[in-house]
Ligand binder design. Structure first.
Ligand code: GMT
Length: 378
C-alpha cells in the first residue's frame, strides 16, 4: 500500500482555508515521495517561491479568443487537467471546491478515461452558499455523484451536503489539519510588546472580513471585555467589512485599543501573541484558523455554527455560544482572561487536541487511504 502515486491537485491558489489545506496536503504528499502536480490559475500562495521536491506547477491559461464575451476559464481548466493527466500519467485528480473544480475534473475524466480517479473535497461555501442556488444545484450534484470519492471537512458539512443536494452517496470525513512542525507556541514577547503592555490581554480575530465572519460581533465582545479588564484587540487579515468595522471602532471610541495588522504570512508567530481567538461566524464548515490557534495553545471563543463544535470542545479548548450572543461570549472571555488556572488548563487541552486529532500525519494518511481505495489498491 506504499506505492508512489501521481496526484493532480486543483484549488483556489489565493488566500483562503481551502487553498491552504490543498497546498499543505500537496506538500505533505510530496514529502512522502508522491509526485504532486498543482493545476491552477496561479501558484498556490503557501508554496511560496521555494523549490519543493516532487512538486510541479501547471498554469491554466485562459483562451480569450475574440468571439468569447467571457473567456471560458472552466473549459481551459478542464483541458489542462486532461493534458496533465495524460502527459504525467496521473493516478488521481484531487479537486478542492465543487465549483468549478469538480465539474472540470468530471470533464477531464471524460477526455482521459476511467483510469483517472477523481477525489473531490468539499470545504463549505461550495455547499452552504452555492448549492442553495437552484441554477447550480444540478451541476454540483452531478459533479459530486460522479466523483470517485468525496470528502468533507466536518460531519456538519456532510449533513448539510446530503440535506441541500439530496445526496446519498458515501462522503468521507477528512478534518482540516495543521503541520505540527509549523504550528506550535512561539516565543513572541518582542512582537507582543509592540501592541500590548505585559498587564494587558490580547484578543485576536483572523479572517477575510466577509459578512459571514460577523466581525462586528468580535468588536461588541471586545467592547464589553475592555470595560472589565485591560485588553487589546488585534485584527489580522483584510476584506470587504473592514471599512464598516473601522467606523464602528470610531463610534465606540476604541481607536487606541484596536490594532489592524493586515495579512500576515507567519500566522503561528502572530497567533502566539494572543490570549484568545474570536471566531463568532455565521457559517463555518470547520474553522481552520481556530485549529491553527489551538495548535499554538490559544483557546477560541466562538459561535456554535457549522463544524466549529467538532473542533472547539466547549469548556475544554474554548467556549461556544449561539450565533450573535455577544453577551455570553463576553462573559466567557472575561472568565478566561481573568482566571489564570482556567487559561492554563485550556491551553494544555488545546495543545493535546491539536497534536492528536488534527495532526498532519493522521489526516495525510486518511487522504492516502482514500486515493488507494479509489484505485483499488487497498
Ligand atoms: O472561510 C472562508 O471564508 C474561506 C473558505 C474557503 O473556501 O477557503 O474556508 C472554508 O474552507 C476552510 C478549509 O476547509 C474551512 O476551515 C472554513 O471553515 C470554510 N469556510 C466556511 O465554511 C465559511
Amino acid at each position: 500500500m506504499n506505492d508512489m502515486l501521481r496526484i493532480g491537485i486543483t484549488c483556489y491558489p489565493s488566500l483562503g482555508g481551502s487553498g491552504v489545506v490543498a497546498t499543505e496536503l500537496g506538500k505533505l504528499l510530496a514529502e512522502q515521495g508522491h509526485e504532486v502536480h498543482f493545476i491552477a490559475n496561479g501558484i498556490p500562495f503557501r508554496l511560496g517561491g521555494n523549490f519543493h521536491k516532487n512538486i510541479f506547477y501547471h498554469e491554466v491559461e485562459v483562451n480569450d479568443y475574440y468571439v468569447f464575451r467571457y473567456p471560458p476559464y472552466d473549459l481551459s481548466l478542464a483541458t489542462k487537467m486532461a493534458q496533465v493527466a495524460k502527459m504525467k500519467n496521473l493516478d488521481v485528480l484531487h479537486v478542492h471546491y465543487a465549483v468549478p473544480h469538480a465539474v472540470c475534473a468530471f470533464l477531464a475524466k471524460q477526455m482521459v478515461g476511467d483510469r483517472l480517479k477523481v477525489v473531490t473535497t468539499l470545504h463549505g461555501t461550495d455547499i452552504t452558499v452555492l448549492a442553495q442556488d437552484e441554477s447550480l444545484k444540478d451541476l454540483i450534484r452531478l459533479a459530486i455523484n460522479e466523483s470517485d470519492a468525496v470528502t468533507a471537512v466536518s460531519q456538519d458539512l456532510i449533513r448539510e451536503t446530503r440535506e441541500v443536494l439530496d445526496i446519498t452517496r458515501e462522503i468521507d470525513l477528512t478534518y482540516n489539519f495543521v503541520d505540527k512542525r509549523v504550528y506550535y507556541p512561539r516565543e513572541s514577547s518582542s512582537l507582543r510588546s509592540d501592541f500590548a503592555t505585559p498587564d494587558e490581554k490580547i484578543m485576536m480575530h483572523i479572517s477575510n472580513f466577509r459578512p459571514v465572519k460577523r466581525v462586528g460581533d468580535v468588536l461588541e465582545v471586545f467592547e464589553k471585555v475592555q470595560r472589565e479588564l485591560k485588553a487589546k484587540l488585534l485584527f489580522v487579515g483584510e476584506g470587504p467589512d473592514l471599512p464598516k468595522i473601522r467606523c464602528k471602532i470610531e463610534a465606540l471610541g476604541l481607536e487606541d485599543k484596536v490594532h489592524f495588522i493586515g495579512k500576515q504570512d507567519d500566522i503561528a508567530h502572530v497567533l502566539s501573541m494572543a490570549d484568545v481567538l474570536m471566531l463568532p461566524s455565521e457559517k463555518e464548515s470547520f474553522g481552520l484558523v481556530a485549529l491553527e490557534a489551538m495548535a499554538c495553545g490559544v483557546p477560541t471563543i466562538g459561535s456554535t455554527a457549522g463544524g466549529i463544535p467538532e473542533l472547539v470542545v466547549h469548556g475544554e479548548t474554548g467556549y461556544l455560544a449561539p450565533i450573535g450572543d455577544t453577551e455570553q461570549m463576553a462573559e466567557y472571555a472575561i472568565r478566561l482572561l481573568t482566571d489564570e488556572r482556567e487559561a492554563a488548563r485550556l491551553r494544555e487541552a488545546c495543545l493535546r487536541r491539536a497534536q492528536t486529532m488534527f495532526c498532519n500525519d493522521r489526516i495525510r494518511r486518511q487522504y492516502e487511504e482514500i486515493y488507494y481505495r479509489v484505485l483499488g489498491r487497498e
